[in-house]
Ligand binder design. Structure first.
Ligand code: PEP
Ligand code: MG
Length: 591
Protein backbone atom coordinates (compact mmCIF):
# COMPACT_ATOMS: atom_id res chain seq x y z
CA UNK A 1 0.00 0.00 0.00
CA UNK A 2 1.32 3.42 -0.93
CA UNK A 3 1.81 5.94 1.86
CA UNK A 4 3.20 9.46 2.13
CA UNK A 5 5.47 10.79 4.86
CA UNK A 6 6.00 14.52 5.31
CA UNK A 7 9.13 16.30 6.47
CA UNK A 8 11.29 19.32 5.76
CA UNK A 9 12.36 19.90 2.16
CA UNK A 10 16.12 20.23 2.27
CA UNK A 11 17.59 19.66 -1.12
CA UNK A 12 15.69 20.11 -4.33
CA UNK A 13 14.84 17.61 -7.01
CA UNK A 14 13.22 14.20 -7.17
CA UNK A 15 14.93 10.92 -6.30
CA UNK A 16 13.38 7.54 -7.04
CA UNK A 17 14.99 4.41 -5.73
CA UNK A 18 14.98 1.45 -3.40
CA UNK A 19 15.22 2.13 0.32
CA UNK A 20 18.37 1.25 2.21
CA UNK A 21 17.68 1.54 5.93
CA UNK A 22 20.67 2.30 8.06
CA UNK A 23 20.76 2.41 11.83
CA UNK A 24 22.42 5.61 13.08
CA UNK A 25 25.08 3.59 14.86
CA UNK A 26 26.01 1.80 11.65
CA UNK A 27 26.38 4.66 9.18
CA UNK A 28 30.12 4.13 9.07
CA UNK A 29 29.66 0.71 7.48
CA UNK A 30 31.10 0.73 3.95
CA UNK A 31 28.51 0.72 1.16
CA UNK A 32 29.68 -0.28 -2.29
CA UNK A 33 28.70 -2.56 -5.12
CA UNK A 34 30.72 -5.56 -6.18
CA UNK A 35 31.06 -7.04 -9.66
CA UNK A 36 29.37 -10.29 -10.57
CA UNK A 37 32.81 -11.94 -10.58
CA UNK A 38 33.31 -10.89 -6.94
CA UNK A 39 30.07 -12.33 -5.62
CA UNK A 40 31.45 -15.72 -4.58
CA UNK A 41 34.69 -14.29 -3.05
CA UNK A 42 32.52 -11.79 -1.11
CA UNK A 43 30.35 -14.63 0.19
CA UNK A 44 33.57 -16.37 1.23
CA UNK A 45 34.57 -13.24 3.12
CA UNK A 46 31.27 -13.37 4.94
CA UNK A 47 31.74 -17.08 5.71
CA UNK A 48 35.22 -16.48 7.06
CA UNK A 49 33.97 -13.64 9.27
CA UNK A 50 31.25 -15.95 10.60
CA UNK A 51 33.84 -18.64 11.37
CA UNK A 52 36.05 -16.12 13.16
CA UNK A 53 33.11 -15.00 15.31
CA UNK A 54 32.10 -18.62 15.98
CA UNK A 55 35.63 -19.33 17.26
CA UNK A 56 35.56 -16.14 19.36
CA UNK A 57 32.27 -17.09 20.98
CA UNK A 58 33.29 -20.72 21.59
CA UNK A 59 36.57 -19.61 23.16
CA UNK A 60 34.78 -17.06 25.29
CA UNK A 61 32.41 -19.73 26.55
CA UNK A 62 35.20 -22.22 27.23
CA UNK A 63 37.27 -19.65 29.16
CA UNK A 64 34.46 -18.26 31.28
CA UNK A 65 35.68 -17.89 34.88
CA UNK A 66 34.03 -20.13 37.47
CA UNK A 67 32.45 -17.12 39.19
CA UNK A 68 30.79 -15.89 35.96
CA UNK A 69 26.97 -15.57 36.25
CA UNK A 70 25.14 -18.74 35.25
CA UNK A 71 23.24 -16.99 32.40
CA UNK A 72 26.44 -16.17 30.53
CA UNK A 73 27.09 -19.54 28.88
CA UNK A 74 23.43 -19.70 27.86
CA UNK A 75 23.70 -16.22 26.37
CA UNK A 76 26.77 -17.17 24.37
CA UNK A 77 24.84 -20.20 23.10
CA UNK A 78 22.06 -17.88 21.93
CA UNK A 79 24.67 -15.77 20.12
CA UNK A 80 26.11 -18.87 18.46
CA UNK A 81 22.66 -19.98 17.43
CA UNK A 82 21.87 -16.55 15.92
CA UNK A 83 25.20 -16.57 14.15
CA UNK A 84 24.33 -19.78 12.33
CA UNK A 85 20.68 -18.90 11.78
CA UNK A 86 19.76 -19.13 8.08
CA UNK A 87 17.60 -16.03 8.50
CA UNK A 88 20.80 -14.08 9.07
CA UNK A 89 23.47 -15.74 6.99
CA UNK A 90 21.29 -17.13 4.19
CA UNK A 91 19.46 -13.88 3.64
CA UNK A 92 22.68 -11.86 3.87
CA UNK A 93 24.16 -13.98 1.07
CA UNK A 94 21.02 -13.26 -0.90
CA UNK A 95 21.63 -9.47 -0.64
CA UNK A 96 25.13 -10.08 -1.97
CA UNK A 97 23.96 -12.33 -4.82
CA UNK A 98 20.90 -10.44 -5.96
CA UNK A 99 21.86 -6.85 -5.21
CA UNK A 100 25.65 -7.06 -5.38
CA UNK A 101 26.03 -5.34 -2.00
CA UNK A 102 29.40 -5.71 -0.26
CA UNK A 103 29.29 -8.06 2.76
CA UNK A 104 29.11 -5.33 5.43
CA UNK A 105 26.27 -3.60 3.67
CA UNK A 106 24.40 -6.87 3.07
CA UNK A 107 24.79 -7.78 6.74
CA UNK A 108 23.49 -4.46 8.03
CA UNK A 109 20.64 -4.53 5.51
CA UNK A 110 19.58 -7.94 6.83
CA UNK A 111 19.99 -6.79 10.41
CA UNK A 112 17.50 -3.99 9.76
CA UNK A 113 14.98 -6.49 8.33
CA UNK A 114 15.34 -8.87 11.27
CA UNK A 115 15.39 -6.13 13.90
CA UNK A 116 12.02 -5.01 12.65
CA UNK A 117 10.65 -8.56 12.87
CA UNK A 118 11.87 -8.78 16.47
CA UNK A 119 10.22 -5.41 17.26
CA UNK A 120 6.90 -6.76 16.04
CA UNK A 121 6.98 -9.88 18.21
CA UNK A 122 4.46 -10.19 21.04
CA UNK A 123 6.70 -12.27 23.23
CA UNK A 124 8.85 -9.96 25.35
CA UNK A 125 11.62 -12.54 25.72
CA UNK A 126 11.90 -12.90 21.95
CA UNK A 127 11.70 -9.12 21.45
CA UNK A 128 14.71 -8.72 23.68
CA UNK A 129 16.76 -11.06 21.48
CA UNK A 130 17.12 -8.11 19.09
CA UNK A 131 19.96 -6.77 21.23
CA UNK A 132 21.71 -10.15 20.98
CA UNK A 133 21.33 -10.15 17.23
CA UNK A 134 22.83 -6.65 17.07
CA UNK A 135 25.80 -7.78 19.13
CA UNK A 136 26.40 -10.76 16.86
CA UNK A 137 26.25 -8.57 13.76
CA UNK A 138 28.55 -6.06 15.42
CA UNK A 139 31.09 -8.85 15.97
CA UNK A 140 30.80 -9.92 12.35
CA UNK A 141 31.25 -6.36 11.13
CA UNK A 142 34.38 -6.09 13.27
CA UNK A 143 35.70 -9.37 11.88
CA UNK A 144 35.02 -8.15 8.33
CA UNK A 145 36.76 -4.87 8.95
CA UNK A 146 39.81 -6.67 10.41
CA UNK A 147 39.95 -8.80 7.26
CA UNK A 148 39.71 -5.67 5.07
CA UNK A 149 37.62 -5.24 1.91
CA UNK A 150 38.25 -7.08 -1.35
CA UNK A 151 37.65 -3.80 -3.13
CA UNK A 152 38.36 -0.25 -1.98
CA UNK A 153 35.34 1.14 -0.10
CA UNK A 154 34.98 3.90 -2.65
CA UNK A 155 34.04 1.56 -5.49
CA UNK A 156 31.45 3.29 -7.61
CA UNK A 157 27.92 2.54 -8.67
CA UNK A 158 27.37 -0.67 -10.55
CA UNK A 159 25.72 0.42 -13.77
CA UNK A 160 22.91 -2.11 -13.85
CA UNK A 161 21.63 -1.72 -10.29
CA UNK A 162 18.46 0.06 -9.15
CA UNK A 163 19.10 3.54 -7.76
CA UNK A 164 19.19 3.62 -3.96
CA UNK A 165 17.99 6.10 -1.38
CA UNK A 166 19.17 6.16 2.20
CA UNK A 167 16.71 6.13 5.11
CA UNK A 168 17.96 6.69 8.66
CA UNK A 169 16.67 7.92 11.95
CA UNK A 170 19.49 10.42 12.17
CA UNK A 171 22.87 10.95 10.60
CA UNK A 172 25.49 13.04 12.37
CA UNK A 173 26.97 15.83 10.23
CA UNK A 174 30.40 14.17 10.09
CA UNK A 175 28.87 10.81 9.13
CA UNK A 176 26.85 12.50 6.43
CA UNK A 177 30.11 13.59 4.82
CA UNK A 178 31.14 10.05 4.08
CA UNK A 179 28.12 9.67 1.84
CA UNK A 180 29.39 12.42 -0.50
CA UNK A 181 29.89 10.79 -3.87
CA UNK A 182 28.46 7.51 -2.56
CA UNK A 183 25.92 5.18 -4.16
CA UNK A 184 22.88 6.98 -2.74
CA UNK A 185 20.79 9.28 -4.87
CA UNK A 186 18.62 10.67 -2.05
CA UNK A 187 18.28 10.88 1.74
CA UNK A 188 15.51 10.78 4.29
CA UNK A 189 16.01 11.20 8.03
CA UNK A 190 13.47 11.13 10.86
CA UNK A 191 15.02 14.03 12.74
CA UNK A 192 16.57 17.37 11.89
CA UNK A 193 15.53 20.82 10.74
CA UNK A 194 16.11 22.58 7.45
CA UNK A 195 19.32 24.25 8.60
CA UNK A 196 20.62 21.47 10.85
CA UNK A 197 24.19 20.66 9.92
CA UNK A 198 23.25 17.25 8.56
CA UNK A 199 20.74 18.94 6.25
CA UNK A 200 23.39 21.42 5.13
CA UNK A 201 25.79 18.61 4.26
CA UNK A 202 22.98 16.77 2.42
CA UNK A 203 22.29 19.95 0.46
CA UNK A 204 25.96 20.27 -0.43
CA UNK A 205 25.73 16.85 -2.09
CA UNK A 206 23.10 18.29 -4.38
CA UNK A 207 20.81 15.30 -4.19
CA UNK A 208 17.17 15.34 -3.09
CA UNK A 209 16.74 15.10 0.66
CA UNK A 210 13.98 15.33 3.26
CA UNK A 211 14.74 15.62 6.98
CA UNK A 212 12.49 15.66 10.04
CA UNK A 213 10.25 13.02 8.44
CA UNK A 214 9.55 11.72 11.97
CA UNK A 215 8.31 8.16 11.35
CA UNK A 216 10.04 7.48 8.05
CA UNK A 217 12.55 4.92 9.25
CA UNK A 218 9.79 3.02 11.08
CA UNK A 219 7.28 3.04 8.22
CA UNK A 220 9.70 2.29 5.40
CA UNK A 221 11.09 -1.21 4.96
CA UNK A 222 14.37 -2.35 3.51
CA UNK A 223 14.14 -2.42 -0.29
CA UNK A 224 10.78 -0.57 -0.60
CA UNK A 225 10.47 1.65 -3.66
CA UNK A 226 10.60 5.29 -2.55
CA UNK A 227 10.10 8.67 -4.14
CA UNK A 228 11.79 11.61 -2.42
CA UNK A 229 10.34 14.95 -3.40
CA UNK A 230 13.05 17.30 -2.18
CA UNK A 231 11.09 20.37 -3.28
CA UNK A 232 7.93 19.64 -1.32
CA UNK A 233 9.43 17.67 1.58
CA UNK A 234 7.35 14.59 0.78
CA UNK A 235 8.39 10.94 0.75
CA UNK A 236 6.14 8.52 -1.14
CA UNK A 237 6.53 4.91 -0.11
CA UNK A 238 5.63 2.20 -2.58
CA UNK A 239 4.13 4.58 -5.19
CA UNK A 240 1.45 3.40 -7.61
CA UNK A 241 2.51 3.19 -11.30
CA UNK A 242 0.64 6.43 -12.12
CA UNK A 243 2.26 8.35 -9.27
CA UNK A 244 5.64 6.94 -10.22
CA UNK A 245 5.18 8.06 -13.83
CA UNK A 246 4.24 11.57 -12.68
CA UNK A 247 7.38 11.79 -10.55
CA UNK A 248 9.57 10.42 -13.32
CA UNK A 249 8.24 13.20 -15.54
CA UNK A 250 8.99 15.83 -12.87
CA UNK A 251 12.42 14.32 -12.36
CA UNK A 252 13.23 14.77 -16.05
CA UNK A 253 11.91 18.36 -15.95
CA UNK A 254 13.99 19.18 -12.92
CA UNK A 255 17.13 17.73 -14.53
CA UNK A 256 16.52 19.83 -17.65
CA UNK A 257 16.08 22.92 -15.50
CA UNK A 258 19.35 22.22 -13.71
CA UNK A 259 21.21 21.77 -16.94
CA UNK A 260 19.77 25.07 -18.20
CA UNK A 261 20.78 26.92 -15.04
CA UNK A 262 24.23 25.38 -15.13
CA UNK A 263 24.88 27.25 -18.37
CA UNK A 264 24.80 30.51 -16.37
CA UNK A 265 27.79 29.55 -14.30
CA UNK A 266 30.40 31.61 -16.09
CA UNK A 267 28.21 34.65 -16.67
CA UNK A 268 29.12 37.69 -14.56
CA UNK A 269 26.63 38.24 -11.80
CA UNK A 270 25.31 41.75 -12.42
CA UNK A 271 21.83 43.18 -11.87
CA UNK A 272 19.84 44.92 -14.62
CA UNK A 273 20.90 48.27 -13.19
CA UNK A 274 24.56 47.33 -13.21
CA UNK A 275 25.23 46.28 -9.60
CA UNK A 276 27.88 43.57 -9.40
CA UNK A 277 27.10 40.87 -6.87
CA UNK A 278 29.72 38.48 -5.53
CA UNK A 279 28.60 34.83 -5.40
CA UNK A 280 30.78 32.66 -3.19
CA UNK A 281 30.71 29.00 -2.19
CA UNK A 282 30.28 27.31 1.18
CA UNK A 283 32.39 24.17 1.45
CA UNK A 284 32.89 21.44 4.06
CA UNK A 285 35.75 19.43 2.60
CA UNK A 286 38.86 20.43 0.66
CA UNK A 287 37.70 18.43 -2.36
CA UNK A 288 34.52 20.59 -2.54
CA UNK A 289 36.67 23.44 -3.88
CA UNK A 290 36.65 21.83 -7.34
CA UNK A 291 32.84 21.81 -7.33
CA UNK A 292 32.88 25.43 -6.17
CA UNK A 293 34.97 26.51 -9.15
CA UNK A 294 32.84 24.48 -11.54
CA UNK A 295 29.67 26.14 -10.24
CA UNK A 296 31.05 29.60 -11.07
CA UNK A 297 31.81 30.72 -7.49
CA UNK A 298 34.23 33.64 -7.38
CA UNK A 299 35.71 32.45 -4.11
CA UNK A 300 34.98 30.47 -0.97
CA UNK A 301 32.91 32.52 1.46
CA UNK A 302 32.82 29.84 4.13
CA UNK A 303 35.07 26.82 4.59
CA UNK A 304 33.61 24.98 7.58
CA UNK A 305 36.99 23.77 8.85
CA UNK A 306 35.46 21.84 11.76
CA UNK A 307 34.72 18.91 9.46
CA UNK A 308 38.48 18.25 9.40
CA UNK A 309 38.33 17.85 13.16
CA UNK A 310 35.38 15.48 13.55
CA UNK A 311 35.16 11.72 14.12
CA UNK A 312 38.85 11.20 14.76
CA UNK A 313 38.47 9.52 18.13
CA UNK A 314 39.59 12.65 20.00
CA UNK A 315 42.81 13.04 18.00
CA UNK A 316 42.97 16.48 16.39
CA UNK A 317 44.52 17.06 12.96
CA UNK A 318 48.16 18.16 13.17
CA UNK A 319 49.32 21.56 11.94
CA UNK A 320 50.83 19.97 8.82
CA UNK A 321 47.69 18.00 8.04
CA UNK A 322 45.58 21.14 8.36
CA UNK A 323 48.07 23.15 6.31
CA UNK A 324 47.85 20.61 3.47
CA UNK A 325 44.05 20.71 3.54
CA UNK A 326 43.90 24.53 3.51
CA UNK A 327 46.61 24.81 0.87
CA UNK A 328 44.68 22.31 -1.29
CA UNK A 329 41.63 24.58 -1.23
CA UNK A 330 43.64 27.77 -1.77
CA UNK A 331 45.42 26.28 -4.78
CA UNK A 332 42.21 24.82 -6.22
CA UNK A 333 40.70 28.32 -6.15
CA UNK A 334 43.55 29.73 -8.28
CA UNK A 335 43.95 33.06 -6.50
CA UNK A 336 40.24 33.58 -5.74
CA UNK A 337 39.65 34.44 -2.06
CA UNK A 338 39.19 31.61 0.43
CA UNK A 339 37.50 32.39 3.74
CA UNK A 340 38.50 29.78 6.30
CA UNK A 341 36.35 29.73 9.39
CA UNK A 342 38.18 28.61 12.52
CA UNK A 343 36.61 25.52 14.08
CA UNK A 344 32.95 25.77 14.98
CA UNK A 345 32.86 22.79 17.33
CA UNK A 346 30.03 22.19 19.84
CA UNK A 347 26.21 22.15 19.73
CA UNK A 348 25.19 19.80 16.90
CA UNK A 349 28.78 19.50 15.66
CA UNK A 350 30.64 17.64 18.41
CA UNK A 351 34.15 16.34 17.77
CA UNK A 352 32.93 12.76 18.11
CA UNK A 353 29.67 10.89 18.10
CA UNK A 354 28.47 11.49 21.66
CA UNK A 355 25.51 10.61 23.80
CA UNK A 356 23.47 13.53 25.13
CA UNK A 357 25.14 13.01 28.49
CA UNK A 358 28.65 13.13 27.02
CA UNK A 359 27.70 16.12 24.88
CA UNK A 360 26.64 18.05 27.97
CA UNK A 361 29.75 17.04 29.81
CA UNK A 362 31.98 18.30 26.96
CA UNK A 363 30.18 21.42 25.79
CA UNK A 364 27.89 22.52 28.63
CA UNK A 365 24.38 21.87 29.90
CA UNK A 366 22.94 23.41 26.77
CA UNK A 367 25.58 22.90 24.08
CA UNK A 368 24.08 25.56 21.75
CA UNK A 369 24.59 28.13 24.51
CA UNK A 370 27.75 26.61 25.91
CA UNK A 371 31.34 26.06 24.92
CA UNK A 372 30.93 26.41 21.18
CA UNK A 373 32.79 27.95 18.24
CA UNK A 374 35.17 30.82 19.16
CA UNK A 375 34.56 30.12 22.86
CA UNK A 376 35.86 26.58 22.43
CA UNK A 377 38.87 27.77 20.44
CA UNK A 378 39.78 30.36 23.05
CA UNK A 379 39.45 27.71 25.74
CA UNK A 380 42.01 25.59 23.84
CA UNK A 381 44.71 28.19 23.03
CA UNK A 382 47.34 25.73 21.79
CA UNK A 383 44.88 24.10 19.40
CA UNK A 384 43.69 27.53 18.24
CA UNK A 385 47.20 28.83 17.56
CA UNK A 386 47.99 25.61 15.72
CA UNK A 387 45.00 26.13 13.43
CA UNK A 388 45.91 29.79 12.87
CA UNK A 389 49.48 28.81 11.98
CA UNK A 390 48.21 26.24 9.47
CA UNK A 391 45.87 28.82 7.89
CA UNK A 392 48.62 31.47 7.77
CA UNK A 393 51.00 29.06 6.08
CA UNK A 394 48.34 28.33 3.43
CA UNK A 395 47.95 32.10 2.87
CA UNK A 396 51.32 32.10 1.09
CA UNK A 397 49.64 30.20 -1.78
CA UNK A 398 46.76 32.57 -2.58
CA UNK A 399 44.25 34.86 -0.92
CA UNK A 400 43.08 33.79 2.51
CA UNK A 401 40.69 35.38 4.99
CA UNK A 402 40.12 34.13 8.52
CA UNK A 403 36.59 34.07 9.93
CA UNK A 404 35.76 33.72 13.64
CA UNK A 405 32.50 31.86 14.38
CA UNK A 406 29.81 33.02 16.80
CA UNK A 407 31.50 36.12 18.15
CA UNK A 408 29.44 37.82 20.86
CA UNK A 409 32.01 39.83 22.83
CA UNK A 410 34.64 42.34 21.80
CA UNK A 411 37.02 40.62 24.22
CA UNK A 412 36.80 37.47 22.06
CA UNK A 413 37.99 39.48 19.08
CA UNK A 414 40.89 40.92 21.02
CA UNK A 415 41.96 37.52 22.26
CA UNK A 416 41.70 36.08 18.74
CA UNK A 417 43.82 38.91 17.37
CA UNK A 418 46.45 38.26 20.02
CA UNK A 419 46.44 34.58 19.10
CA UNK A 420 46.87 35.50 15.43
CA UNK A 421 49.78 37.83 16.23
CA UNK A 422 51.41 35.11 18.32
CA UNK A 423 50.92 32.54 15.54
CA UNK A 424 52.59 34.91 13.05
CA UNK A 425 55.49 35.44 15.41
CA UNK A 426 55.96 31.68 15.83
CA UNK A 427 55.92 31.20 12.05
CA UNK A 428 58.46 33.98 11.52
CA UNK A 429 60.74 32.42 14.12
CA UNK A 430 60.43 29.04 12.42
CA UNK A 431 61.13 30.60 9.00
CA UNK A 432 57.70 29.79 7.48
CA UNK A 433 56.26 32.06 4.79
CA UNK A 434 52.83 33.63 5.25
CA UNK A 435 50.90 36.64 4.01
CA UNK A 436 48.82 39.16 5.90
CA UNK A 437 45.28 37.85 6.18
CA UNK A 438 42.04 39.74 6.67
CA UNK A 439 40.26 38.85 9.89
CA UNK A 440 36.48 38.82 10.15
CA UNK A 441 33.64 37.74 12.44
CA UNK A 442 30.47 35.77 11.90
CA UNK A 443 27.40 37.71 12.95
CA UNK A 444 25.14 34.99 14.25
CA UNK A 445 23.87 36.12 17.64
CA UNK A 446 21.63 39.18 18.09
CA UNK A 447 24.18 40.81 20.42
CA UNK A 448 26.75 40.81 17.63
CA UNK A 449 24.31 42.53 15.25
CA UNK A 450 23.88 45.37 17.70
CA UNK A 451 27.63 45.96 17.96
CA UNK A 452 28.65 45.55 14.30
CA UNK A 453 30.15 49.10 14.24
CA UNK A 454 32.38 48.26 17.23
CA UNK A 455 33.28 44.87 15.77
CA UNK A 456 34.29 46.50 12.51
CA UNK A 457 36.55 48.95 14.29
CA UNK A 458 38.59 45.88 15.22
CA UNK A 459 38.11 43.68 12.15
CA UNK A 460 38.16 43.77 8.35
CA UNK A 461 34.85 42.14 7.46
CA UNK A 462 31.74 40.39 8.76
CA UNK A 463 29.72 37.46 7.47
CA UNK A 464 26.16 36.97 8.66
CA UNK A 465 25.34 33.41 9.70
CA UNK A 466 21.58 33.46 9.34
CA UNK A 467 21.18 29.82 10.39
CA UNK A 468 22.33 30.56 13.90
CA UNK A 469 21.03 34.12 13.93
CA UNK A 470 17.50 32.76 13.46
CA UNK A 471 18.11 30.06 16.08
CA UNK A 472 19.37 32.53 18.69
CA UNK A 473 16.88 35.30 17.89
CA UNK A 474 13.80 33.10 18.03
CA UNK A 475 15.11 30.63 20.63
CA UNK A 476 14.44 27.73 18.25
CA UNK A 477 16.85 24.81 18.12
CA UNK A 478 17.65 24.60 14.40
CA UNK A 479 18.15 20.83 14.58
CA UNK A 480 14.88 20.05 16.36
CA UNK A 481 12.09 18.99 14.00
CA UNK A 482 9.55 19.39 16.84
CA UNK A 483 9.89 23.18 16.65
CA UNK A 484 10.80 23.42 12.97
CA UNK A 485 7.60 25.26 12.11
CA UNK A 486 8.67 28.20 14.30
CA UNK A 487 12.08 28.46 12.65
CA UNK A 488 11.12 31.40 10.48
CA UNK A 489 13.59 33.39 8.36
CA UNK A 490 10.71 35.76 7.49
CA UNK A 491 10.16 36.71 11.13
CA UNK A 492 10.21 40.55 11.33
CA UNK A 493 12.87 40.51 14.07
CA UNK A 494 15.16 38.33 11.96
CA UNK A 495 14.81 40.56 8.90
CA UNK A 496 15.33 43.73 10.92
CA UNK A 497 18.51 42.31 12.45
CA UNK A 498 19.88 41.26 9.07
CA UNK A 499 19.08 44.65 7.52
CA UNK A 500 20.72 46.40 10.46
CA UNK A 501 23.92 44.31 10.23
CA UNK A 502 24.25 44.89 6.46
CA UNK A 503 23.62 48.59 6.84
CA UNK A 504 26.14 48.97 9.69
CA UNK A 505 28.85 47.20 7.69
CA UNK A 506 28.13 49.23 4.56
CA UNK A 507 28.25 52.45 6.61
CA UNK A 508 31.62 51.37 8.01
CA UNK A 509 32.82 50.76 4.44
CA UNK A 510 33.67 47.13 5.27
CA UNK A 511 32.88 43.92 3.42
CA UNK A 512 29.70 42.11 4.48
CA UNK A 513 28.41 38.80 3.24
CA UNK A 514 25.71 36.30 4.20
CA UNK A 515 26.86 32.70 4.43
CA UNK A 516 23.77 31.17 6.11
CA UNK A 517 21.24 29.19 4.10
CA UNK A 518 19.17 32.32 3.35
CA UNK A 519 21.89 33.39 0.91
CA UNK A 520 21.15 30.39 -1.31
CA UNK A 521 17.36 30.61 -1.03
CA UNK A 522 16.01 32.42 -4.09
CA UNK A 523 12.97 33.57 -2.11
CA UNK A 524 15.28 36.09 -0.38
CA UNK A 525 17.58 37.18 -3.21
CA UNK A 526 15.79 40.42 -4.13
CA UNK A 527 15.07 41.33 -0.51
CA UNK A 528 18.74 40.95 0.47
CA UNK A 529 19.78 43.01 -2.56
CA UNK A 530 17.38 45.72 -1.44
CA UNK A 531 18.99 45.63 2.01
CA UNK A 532 22.32 46.46 0.36
CA UNK A 533 23.89 43.02 0.31
CA UNK A 534 26.35 42.48 -2.54
CA UNK A 535 28.05 39.28 -1.42
CA UNK A 536 26.25 35.94 -1.00
CA UNK A 537 27.88 32.66 0.03
CA UNK A 538 26.01 29.38 -0.48
CA UNK A 539 26.17 25.73 -1.47
CA UNK A 540 27.72 25.56 -4.94
CA UNK A 541 24.60 23.87 -6.32
CA UNK A 542 22.53 26.97 -5.49
CA UNK A 543 24.74 29.53 -7.24
CA UNK A 544 23.17 29.38 -10.71
CA UNK A 545 19.60 29.76 -9.47
CA UNK A 546 20.53 32.77 -7.31
CA UNK A 547 22.48 34.23 -10.22
CA UNK A 548 19.43 33.94 -12.43
CA UNK A 549 17.45 36.04 -9.93
CA UNK A 550 20.25 38.61 -9.77
CA UNK A 551 20.42 38.92 -13.55
CA UNK A 552 16.69 39.72 -13.55
CA UNK A 553 16.74 42.12 -10.60
CA UNK A 554 16.66 45.90 -10.73
CA UNK A 555 17.92 47.13 -7.37
CA UNK A 556 16.65 50.70 -7.95
CA UNK A 557 13.11 49.34 -8.07
CA UNK A 558 13.60 47.00 -5.13
CA UNK A 559 14.99 49.47 -2.58
CA UNK A 560 11.82 51.59 -2.19
CA UNK A 561 9.92 48.43 -1.16
CA UNK A 562 12.16 47.75 1.79
CA UNK A 563 10.90 50.16 4.51
CA UNK A 564 7.28 48.97 4.39
CA UNK A 565 8.44 45.35 4.40
CA UNK A 566 10.67 45.80 7.41
CA UNK A 567 7.94 47.72 9.25
CA UNK A 568 5.33 45.06 8.55
CA UNK A 569 4.16 42.35 10.95
CA UNK A 570 3.92 40.05 7.94
CA UNK A 571 7.04 40.87 5.92
CA UNK A 572 6.66 37.98 3.51
CA UNK A 573 3.15 39.02 2.51
CA UNK A 574 4.11 42.68 2.30
CA UNK A 575 7.18 41.99 0.15
CA UNK A 576 5.30 39.68 -2.21
CA UNK A 577 2.38 42.10 -2.45
CA UNK A 578 4.67 44.95 -3.45
CA UNK A 579 6.55 42.82 -5.95
CA UNK A 580 3.27 41.93 -7.67
CA UNK A 581 1.79 45.41 -7.49
CA UNK A 582 4.72 47.48 -8.60
CA UNK A 583 6.79 45.30 -10.83
CA UNK A 584 6.39 46.13 -14.47
CA UNK A 585 7.92 43.88 -17.07
CA UNK A 586 11.66 43.55 -16.66
CA UNK A 587 13.85 42.44 -19.49
CA UNK A 588 15.42 39.19 -18.47
CA UNK A 589 18.61 38.28 -20.28
CA UNK A 590 18.24 35.29 -22.54
CA UNK A 591 19.57 32.16 -20.88
C1 PEP B 1 25.21 30.01 10.09
O1 PEP B 1 25.01 29.84 11.30
O2 PEP B 1 24.42 30.62 9.34
C2 PEP B 1 26.43 29.46 9.47
C3 PEP B 1 26.72 29.72 8.22
O3 PEP B 1 27.20 28.64 10.22
P1 PEP B 1 26.82 27.09 10.49
O4 PEP B 1 25.63 26.76 9.65
O5 PEP B 1 28.00 26.28 10.16
O6 PEP B 1 26.51 27.10 11.95
MG1 MG C 1 26.64 29.17 12.53
Amino acid sequence: MSIQVFGQAVSRGIAIGRAVLIASSRVDVAHYYIDESRVEPEIDRLRQARDVVATELTTLKRDLPIEAPAELPALLDVHLMLLHDEALTGATKQWIRSRHYNAEWALSAQLEVMARQFDEMDDEYLRERKADLEQVVERMLRALSRAGPLLPASAGVHGTEDPLVLIANDIAPADMLQFKGSVFSGFVTDVGGKTSHSAIVARSMDIPAVVGAREASRLIRQDDWIVIDGDAGVVVVDPSPIVLEEYRFRQRQSELERARLHRLRHMPSVTLDGETVELLANIELPRDAVVAVDSGAVGVGLFRSEFLFMNRGGELPSEDEQFEAYRGVVEAMHGLPVTIRTVDIGADKPLDRLTIHELRHEYGLNPALGLRAIRWSLAEPAMFRQQLRAILRASAFGTVRVLLPMVAQLSEIRMAREALARAKQQLSEAGHAYKDVELGAMIEVPAAVLIVPSILRELDFVSIGTNDLIQYTLAIDRADEAVAKFYDPWHPAVLQLIARAIDAANCAGKHVSICGEMAGDVAFTELLLAMGLRSFSMQPSQISAVKQRILRADVRRLVPRLPATLASDEPMMEWTRQIHETSGPTVAPAV
